[in-house]
Design a protein around this ligand. Structure first.
Ligand code: PHE
Length: 351
């Protein structure tokens, strides 16, 4: 074996002996570096004749290529080994069961509110939103319920330690009815030009769901509860329309066509005539009982006037229902307070 073959063999052994890429680069320097063995052999050719240089140079090149090939092969082998280790450490067991993320869900009353909005939406009703801290005028006076009138005691109102411009205290709205006047004002403002020109204003058709408050707490009353107001006002809206709309709503909401409604005469300062709406299921666990679900009536002329409209021209009806009550009936819940206790075990049942 000549000197060059020996050199190639030594390089192969040196490369095989290293365990890391860094050691391999050091080993490479001994053979292929600036002062490595191959470079030295090249320098050693200086004294040779032209013919000798040719054959010696070719032989050295063959050895150099063999060393380079050995180096490349070893580099690849070390890289493969490193990758294999990395892959092994990152391996996944695809047979393990997945981690389940607990899903959130809508509160049962929120589901009812969404359902109400959806059903009235298909009947062309807009959805409006308004303040929960209300002025005395909006909660009472504008609704034909003047200061010191005995009807004010129908609602045990929470008052707020804050006075309005007229010297009366603000209240936590005891019903959503102030939204009738608030929404009508916006509507009138939008169509003031038509109204001033004596032309017909587009009808008002709106529902206003939201939180309401009263000093009241037992199995069927909570100091905070929900109401949904409805108002339909135009030149030709009658009590018959109220009956049709509300019957349609109840049957759709409870998914029951044999549900019967009863309009029972009642009193509210802001409607005349007024009626409580009772429903009766013909089958199921609640069959045969009359259940009160809303107050309603034809909007009182004084309220129409407070909306900025002529009561001789505009007429309509309003209703106020209890979404909490509807939720209790729909799901068979018998204590209203459970909705607001925040007990996740109770709420989960509705997911
Ligand atoms: N605001 C009334 C209540 O809270 C309900 C109602 C609304 C009655 C609209 C008639 C018209 O009891």
């Amino acid at each position: 074996m000549n000197e060059l073959d020996t050199l190639v063999e030594r390089a192969q052994e040196a490369f095989a002996a290293v365990a890391t890429p860094a050691d391999l680069e050091n080993a490479k320097a001994q053979f292929l570096g600036k002062s490595g063995r191959i470079t030295e052999l090249m320098k050693g050719m200086a004294a040779l004749s032209v013919d000798e240089k040719k054959s010696r140079g070719a032989a050295i090149n063959v050895a150099k290529q063999a060393i380079e090939a050995a180096l490349g092969a070893r580099r690849q082998a070390l890289a493969d080994a490193e990758l294999a280790i990395q892959l092994k450490s990152e391996s996944l067991d695809v047979t393990l069961p997945g981690r389940v993320r607990a899903g959130g869900g809508l509160h049962p009353v929120s589901r009812t509110l969404e359902r109400i909005e959806q059903i009235f939406g298909t009947m062309g009703f807009d959805v409006a939103d308004g303040p929960e801290i209300e002025s005395d005028w909006h909660s009472f006076t504008s609704l034909n319920n003047p200061p010191n009138h005995p009807a004010r005691s129908m609602q045990d109102t929470f008052y707020v330690d804050l006075q309005g411009e007229d010297g009366t205290p603000y209240n936590l709205r005891p019903h959503t009815s102030p939204m009738q006047v608030r929404y009508a004002h916006q509507h009138v403002k939008k169509h003031q030009a038509l109204i001033d020109a004596g032309q017909s204003m587009p009808e008002i058709r709106v529902i206003a769901p939201g939180r309401t408050y009263r000093v009241d707490s037992d199995a069927t009353h909570s100091p905070m509860f929900h109401q949904c107001e409805g108002l339909w006002l135009g030149e030709n809206v009658s009590f018959k329309d109220l009956k049709v709309v509300f019957t349609d709503f109840c049957r759709t909401f409870f998914e029951s066509d044999d549900l019967v409604l009863r309009f029972r005469p009642s009193f509210f300062p802001f409607t005349e005539p007024s009626a409580e709406v009772d429903i009766q299921f013909q089958s199921g666990p609640l069959a045969g009982r009359w259940l009160e679900v809303a107050g309603s009536g034809q909007v009182h002329p004084n309220v129409v006037r407070n909306m900025g409209l002529d009561p001789e021209r505009y007429i309509g009806f309003a209703f106020g229902m209890g979404p909490d009550r509807l939720t209790m009936l729909r799901y068979g819940v018998n204590d209203l307070r459970q909705f607001f206790d925040g007990d996740i075990r109770f709420l989960r049942q509705f997911q």
